[in-house]
Each structure stands twice: as C-alpha cells, then as structure tokens.
Design a protein around this ligand. Structure first.
Ligand code: M6R
Length: 610
C-alpha cells in the first residue's frame, strides 16, 4: 500500500508534498516522511504516526527547497517506527517506495558483504543502496543509476528518488504499483494516484510497468529500464481537487454516504435508455455476439466489492440467465481455479489496485477468458489489464470504509445484467424497462433514507456498547447483511457477523439472548414472510431486534424492538437502499465511540499486498 509524492518546481516542496500525502493518507498512515533538496544537499524529516505528526516535526524543523519526495506508510517489512519510515537515505540518494521487493534478502546479503550498512528493517532500503552503488560505479546520471538498480530488483514498486548531485531532478519509476506524473506550469509532480496531484494539474501521464521517468521543472523524459525512450499520452483528468475535500462533514465517510444519490446519478448518466428499455455501455467491449457466446460469469473481488458481486449473482442469473460463480479473489490463488475462454470474468474493485483481485484477473487472462473490470479509479491496474471497464464514476472515495462506491458498484452491476440480458435475448423490454425505471428512482429514495440520518444516530446509541452484533438477511438481502456487519466491524471494532437467515437454525441461534442485538433486513419482498419467522424466533428467545422494514409494515413494527423504515421500491433495487441505514448505523456507532472513522486501525484503503 503506502502513498508516494514527488515535486520539482518553483514552490517550496515540503508543503506541496505534505499536502499530496494528506490526500494519499488513505493508503497507509502508520508513519510518514519527506526529503527535500535544499540546494546544498538533502535533508529528511520522518515521524511515527499519522501525517499530523510529520507536520509537527516539520514545524520544528522546516525543510527549505523546491524539490522533494514524501511517503505515507502502511508497514509490510519492519514495524511502524521512525527508522522504518521513508524516505530512506543512503549516501547521495533518497528513496520512497510503494510495493514489495521480493529478492530484498539476497540483495541485502550481497550489499552487506560488500560493506553496506543498513539502518532499517525495510525491503526498500536495498533500492537506495543499489542506486548509491550504481553512482559509485560510474553511472553518469541519477536516472541511469536508478535504471541499473531496478535491473537487479524483483517484485513490485513505485518509487521516487532524489540525488544530491542533480538538485532539480526526481526519478520516478513503476512496476506493478501505480504511479502517475503530473505536468504543471513550470513544475512537475508524481504520486501514487491522481488525487495527490489535482490541486496542481489535471494533465497527467499514467506510467506503465517498466517506465523510468526523469522529472525536471520543465517536463519529463521517460525510458524503459534498459534506457530506450518511450512516449506516453497525456490525459486530462475530469475530477477536481475539491471532490477530495470533506466539504463541511466531520468525516469523509459521512460525506460519502450522503453523496450516494449523486454518485448513483453519475453512474447511470448516459447509460440508461428508458425509451428503448436498454443500457448503453459500448465501452465494455461486449458485442451482442460476445454476450451470446458467454457461458458463465465468474466474479472476483474482495471485501465490500465481493459483497457487491454477491448481489450481482442474483441479477445476472435472473435477468441475463447466466450461471454466475463468485469467489473471493484471495482464494483464487489457493487452488487451481478454472477459467474458460467463454467465461466473462468480472473483477469488481473500487481502487482497481487490489493485489488479490489483480492476481485473479491475471489468472483469468492466462486462461483466455474475457475480463471486464468494474472499477472507480481511472487507469488503475485492473482496468488497464481488463478487456473493458465499466467505471462506477462516483468520484474519489477517501474513507477507508467503502460506501458510495459499493452502491455505485451495485448500480453498475445491475446495468450490466440488463445489458447482457437484452443482448442475449433473455430479458424482454417490459421487465428491462421496470428495472431501469427503478434504478433511475434510486437517488430519490436515497435522499429519503438520508433524511432519517438523525433517527439512525439515535438508534446507534443502543448498539454503542454491544460487543457482538448479528446481521440477518435472505436472498439479495443476505450480502447486505454481510456488508452491514463488515461496515460495523471495520470502523467500530465490535465483532459483527452477517448470516443468511435460513442458516439461523444451523448454529447461530445458539447465540441469541437478551444481550445480542440482531439487525434484520426485512423489506417487503419475496423473502419477507420467512424473515418474519426469523424475527419471531429471535424474539421468542428474548433477543433484541433492530428491523429494516418497508414503511407501513405494522406486523414488523409490533415484532421488532427498534425499526428503521425503508421506502417502498421494486425488489430489484432494494440492495442499493437497505445498505444506506446500515452504513449510517456503523458510522454513528464508531463516531460515538470516538474512533478515527476514516482511518480505522490496521486498515488501508488500497490493499496492494497479498
Ligand atoms: O479497492 P477494492 O474494492 O478492490 O477493495 C476491496 C476491499 O479491500 C475493500 O472493499 C475493503 O473491504 C473496504 N475497507 C470495505 O469497506
């Protein structure tokens, strides 16, 4: 994970770099550091803890200079500490790195045998030693030294390197970890993602694996690791810097929950054709012939994105009549997963960078399957590898707990099911029209749900002291039970479990007592009658039930201990609605406990390690 930023230009580098790191802090936040070229040499400030600690350290020891690199860390090799924080400095070289150097032990042994002394436990430090060694061995430029060093390393990296002898240069390179360079007015930047650069420029180049770029204030030259020049197209990015601000909300997560009506509208824009009861999505590259030739959909994803995939299975099977397999991407690598040429492999990932999902995509590609990405971050690794991408288009999501991207993934996957169903001839105009009309009405229903946020906050007090919480749902509400539980556990640190309500009698009912809150998702849909039965069983054992039920459901009102009302909506779109109060519930429980909601302990937004 980790975030890196580099700046060379006319402004003071340290504040620009720290500001960029602030926007990347979602990638890791256990320590941070900055190195600046002062004109006479390099100076480094590093601090254990969140970025605020680095800012405090910089206030005490300001770094003056117009060229700098910085890093915010999520520890992989070496515990979080000041010594292990980046940048790592060796001789005339400072390096920041995101990724994992797989052969770092062999390289470190070799370097130590040659007299090198290591001052950290990180894999990154070998890069700094190798670059320094290349300079000592006669490399004429920092760019050449970095290329020589990279010729030795195996693994994944995005790096930015400063050298004492070239005061206005940053060398940036990538292989397997994301890195984008930005072209400002008389200034150049690099960063792990576009949000770090947006307040300076919207003109960006996404480096490819194997690219090594030399940045000077006036521009960039890019070569391969072996030195052949390469040319990369500059892209103009439509996101704005303010999209990545909190906009008056206490936390990004709360802002992102409230952004959902707009996020869904943006996902649907230009794709829904109500007149033709059809979906426009030529960007996914699935022609009617391809759609008809698909024998199976195979969804791979992790975490919240996996839950979106679980819901999509219901839609793909009923609307497109496609057998759908869904698997945790992290499990694909643990067995001989079988992909076929007539599979459509759908990789769902907010970041587009998740290591396990990327690995599953590579396995699917090797087997000749067609891969479709459903992703939010433009030009990220999974879309770049996929044959087509359905972008969720919901703007940057900063809170570690995914919210608006989840509902935008659901909207995208429902569009996909309609798109495939129409092309395969399994979905008639009438039902397609109903589904699409229901989708278009979702933002309005979400506004209604969000209008009840204060009520959800008051209910959250009843869960604030719970150590365990059980979430129950059936059918398409079952993945929402899983998602409700994941949201609660990742930010409130309470143990929460999602269960298919039909499984209650096979074990979890033993847990029910007056202490265990049970959250039940029971809208008026095909699962409703059975859910009433489940609620009765819980109440008969003195269990406390918080029910999500459709407005006007008197029976559920009488049965449940607390109730959150849902708007009436067609069954197709209920998962996009039932999840909203659960997101709010998790948020208010965690906020009440005083937790750092946007950066929960031990987590990072983008999981680029196995
Ligand atoms: O970027 P991705 O969608 O691939 O990320 C997958 C999971 O890491 C992510 O959904 C994680 O579970 C979130 N923290 C959930 O809120």
């Amino acid at each position: 994970m980790c975030g890196i930023v580099g700046y060379t230009g006319k402004s003071a580098a340290a504040p620009v770099v720290v500001e960029g790191l602030r926007r990347l802090e979602y990638r890791g936040y256990d320590s941070a550091g900055v190195a600046v070229h002062t004109g006479r040499g390099m100076e480094v400030v590093r601090a254990l803890g969140k970025l605020g600690k680095l800012s405090e350290a910089l206030a005490e020891r300001p770094l003056a200079g117009n060229v700098g690199i910085g890093h915010t860390r999520w520890a992989t090799h070496g515990r979080p500490s000041e010594e292990n924080a980046h940048p790592h400095v060796v001789g005339k070289v400072a390096v920041v790195h995101n990724g994992i150097i797989e052969n770092h032990r062999e390289l470190a042994h070799e370097l130590i045998a040659a007299g090198a002394r290591f001052s950290s436990d990180t894999d990154t430090e070998v890069i700094a030693h190798l670059v320094q060694q290349a300079l000592e061995d006669g490399a004429r430029t920092l760019h050449e030294a970095v290329r020589r060093a990279l010729g030795r390393v195996v693994g994944a990296y995005a790096i930015a390197v400063l050298g004492t002898d070239e005061p206005d240069v940053i060398v940036a390179a990538r292989h397997g970890s994301p890195l984008v360079i930005g072209f400002g007015e008389g200034e150049m930047l690099c960063g792990s993602d576009i949000s770090a650069l947006l307040s300076h420029t919207r003109d960006m180049v996404f480096l490819e694996d194997g690219d090594v770029a030399e940045l000077r204030p006036g521009g960039a030259t890019i070569t391969t690791v072996s030195g052949e020049p390469v040319s990369r197209a500059t892209k103009r990015i439509e996101w704005s810097a303010t999209m990545a601000e909190r906009g008056g909300y206490k936390h990004f997560m709360l802002k992102e929950i409230h952004e959902q009506p707009d996020a869904i509208a943006s996902t649907l824009r230009g794709r829904v054709d109500l007149e033709a009861s059809d979906v426009h999505a030529s960007e996914i590259g699935v022609t009617p012939e391809v759609a008809r030739a698909i024998r199976r959909v195979y969804i791979v994803a992790c975490g919240t994105s996996y839950h979106a995939g679980l819901v999509a299975k219901y839609w793909l099977e009923s609307l497109a009549k496609l057998p759908t397999v869904i698997e945790l991407a992290s499990e694909v690598a643990n067995r001989d997963a079988m992909f076929f040429e007539d599979d459509l492999v759908v990789a769902v990932s907010q970041s587009g960078e998740t290591f396990d999902t990327l690995g599953a995509v590579k396995a699917a590609k090797r087997a000749g399957a067609k891969v479709l990405a459903v992703a939010n971050v433009l030009e990220s690794a999974i879309p770049r590898l996929a044959d087509g991408t359905l972008y969720t288009r919901c703007g940057p999501e900063i809170g570690v707990a995914s919210t608006k991207c989840f509902t935008a993934q659901l909207a995208s996957l429902l569009l996909l099911a309609v798109y495939l169903g129409r092309r395969r001839g399994t979905l008639g105009e009438a039902i397609a029209g109903e589904v699409l009309k229901a989708l278009v009405a979702v933002p309005g229903h979400m506004h209604e749900l969000l209008g009840d946020a204060d009520y959800v906050r008051s209910i959250a007090t009843t869960l604030a002291n719970a150590k365990d919480v059980l979430f129950l749902g059936r059918g398409h509400n079952y993945p929402i039970a899983l998602e409700g539980a994941l949201k609660l556990k990742e930010i409130s640190y309470a143990h929460a479990e999602g269960y298919a309500a039909g499984e209650m009698k096979h074990g979890p009912i033993a847990l029910i007592d007056a202490e265990l809150p049970v959250v039940v998702i029971a809208p008026k849909d095909a699962t409703y009658d059975k859910m009433v039965g489940n609620v009765a069983e819980v109440r008969a054992r003195d269990g406390r039930v918080l029910a999500l039920a459709t407005k006007g459901d008197e029976a559920m009102h009488d049965l449940a201990t607390h109730i959150i009302w849902l708007p009436e909506a067609p069954s197709w779109v209920l998962p996009l609605l039932t999840v909203v109060p659960l997101q709010l519930l998790a948020y208010y429980v965690a906020a009440r406990k005083g937790h750092d909601v946007d950066q929960p302990r031990n987590l990072a937004k983008t999981v680029t390690v196995e």
